[in-house]
Design a protein around this ligand. Structure first.
Ligand code: V55
Ligand code: FE
Length: 493
């Protein structure tokens, strides 16, 4: 096997770790609240083999599924590869066969026809099943007890879309899962599929529509009445792919769009609202409707946050120069020609977390990650290549902001939220913190911090120490013990 490149995609918390393991009874500092009973699943891109290209990126790494399992105040840790078609083909070949991120024209000829998706982005729990998702393919079902891969998920053969977003939205009240897939008809298809699965995990509708240009659509939002796709001008081009180029290039001169329709409506009733030029957002916090008004809260930046997507579009800007804000877009659907009204809600940042019960409804708190320049130089690693070092709690109604920092040089990853049954308690956040051991950026120890969700400024109430340097996650999900006990796939943890 070749050597790993020494770029931001392979150093710091992106250092390939490549180990499947199980550790029982992790060291705990403090006490785990009894209500934290269930599993925190994490999607972790890692590398089974060194890449074919020196400029390979973390988003192109193979999916691992990790689990912190909370049982009677103890915590066990496990991590396992997702056995995708791609993983199995490379395992058999004992080498890397797949080339650049989302470019099959750069693959070894022996990989032709093998599904390229890596299931490395979000663990999704719905209808009693766990899925590992990546937006360029369908999800893979994982046994939540053994972490073994059960196979690709197609809703009992009924799904038509070839892709499934890593950001479906679940309405906590109805239990329905709303999802989409872009490039739904295959590589560089301009079709978007919009689907709804009922609370039991059966596909009840799937409709297709076309997007205005071939954009990456990473996330979307629901409200009680509507479904909305924010579409930003980072576009794909089949000829560029055939020439061995990048899948995505940001276009700074192109307008953004909002596609809005009644969530149980027909795609023929889609309304298209033009948005600002050149902006980008990978994650939206939430949205809700209020009469004819719809509010959409986004982690917005003035250009694409991923350097490789900017550079493919000829945009050369340092990561630190990128401007942004947690932003509210409001539209008035009673108007014939609604315009986007924009106002800032909070400092720049990304990887937002919402309490499940607040999805698509008026809400008074959310959490996200940001960068505190006083925290020292950031640890390299994470999906973008530079880690966050602060956890923010925001009250979007009044702008109240509280912050939790981390030790100097440490990295923080997206928190999961564990609700409390006590209506006067805001629940807890679980977040992995990578704490440096030495000036070598690959030398750190990963800890899971437990934080009172409404008192982040007080810091952790408990720390679970893995004693290991874990590779950066992308997204994570909390699943309660009751849901795990009732899962469709069973097996010994
Ligand atoms: C993102 C993550 C991806 C991807 C495309 O966070 C976008 C954004 C982990 O994979 O393939
Ligand atoms: Fe994401």
């Amino acid at each position: 096997m070749g050597a790993f490149p020494q770029t931001i995609h392979f150093i710091g918390s992106n250092t390939p770790r490549r180990v499947e393991l199980s550790v029982r009874d992790l060291e705990i500092e403090g006490e785990i609240p009894a209500e934290i009973n269930g599993a925190f699943f994490r999607a972790v891109p890692d590398n089974t083999h060194a890449p074919l290209f020196e400029d390979d990126i973390a988003l192109n790494a193979d999916g691992m599924v990790a689990r912190f399992n909370f049982v009677d105040g103890a915590v066990d840790f496990d991590i396992k590869w997702v056995e995708t078609e791609r993983y199995l083909a490379e395992k058999a070949a004992r080498r890397r066969l797949f080339g650049q991120y989302r470019n099959p024209f750069t693959d070894d000829p022996s990989a032709e026809g093998v599904d390229r998706t890596v299931a490395n982005t979000t663990p999704v729990w719905h209808g009693g099943r766990l899925f590992m998702t990546k937006e360029d393919g369908r999800g893979y079902e994982i046994n939540p007890h053994t972490l073994e891969t059960a196979g690709k998920w197609d809703y009992y053969g009924t799904l038509k879309s070839e892709t499934f977003t890593a950001h479906p939205r679940i309405d906590d009240k109805t239990g329905e899962l709303f999802f989409f897939g872009y490039e739904a008809g295959g590589l560089c298809s301009d079709e978007i599929a919009y689907g709804i699965a009922d609370k039991d995990g059966n596909l009840i509708s799937e409709q297709w529509f076309k997007q205005p240009y071939l954009a990456t659509i990473h996330d979307f939002v629901i409200t009680e009445k509507y479904v909305i796709w924010p579409i930003f001008p980072t576009t794909a081009d089949l000829d560029r792919l055939k020439a061995g180029g990048a899948h995505w290039a940001h276009q700074q001169d192109l307008e953004s769009w909002l596609a809005v329709m009644p969530r149980y409506g027909k795609v023929e009733d889609m309304r298209w609202i033009k948005g600002p030029v050149g902006v980008s957002s990978f994650h939206q916090v939430n949205a809700y409707d209020d009469g004819d008004l719809v509010h959409i809260d986004l982690c917005l930046t003035d250009t694409n946050a991923f350097s490789f997507m900017r550079e493919a579009g000829g945009i050369h800007r340092q990561q630190q120069e990128i401007q942004g804000a947690l932003t509210r877009w409001t539209i008035d659907l009673s108007k014939d020609d609604p315009q986007i009204e924009e106002r800032p809600l909070g400092p720049p940042g990304d990887l937002p977390r919402l309490a499940d019960a607040d999805q698509g409804r008026p809400y008074n708190r959310a959490w996200y990650l940001s960068m505190n320049p006083q925290g020292g130089p950031p640890m390299p690693g994470g999906p973008v290549g530079i880690n966050f070092n602060a956890l923010m709690r925001i009250e979007p109604g009044n702008g109240r902001l509280t912050v939790m920092g981390v030790p100097p040089g440490a990295a923080i990853s997206e928190p999961a939220h564990v609700p409390s049954a006590d209506p006067d308690h805001g629940g807890w956040l679980l977040t992995v913190i990578d704490v440096p051991n030495s000036p070598n950026p690959s030398d750190y120890s990963s800890e899971l911090w437990i934080v009172a969700a409404d008192e982040v400024e007080k810091g952790p109430i408990a720390k679970v120490k893995t004693g290991l340097p874990l590779r950066s996650q992308v997204h994570g999900s909390w699943v309660s013990r009751a849901k795990l006990d009732a899962s469709k796939l069973q097996g010994k943890a």
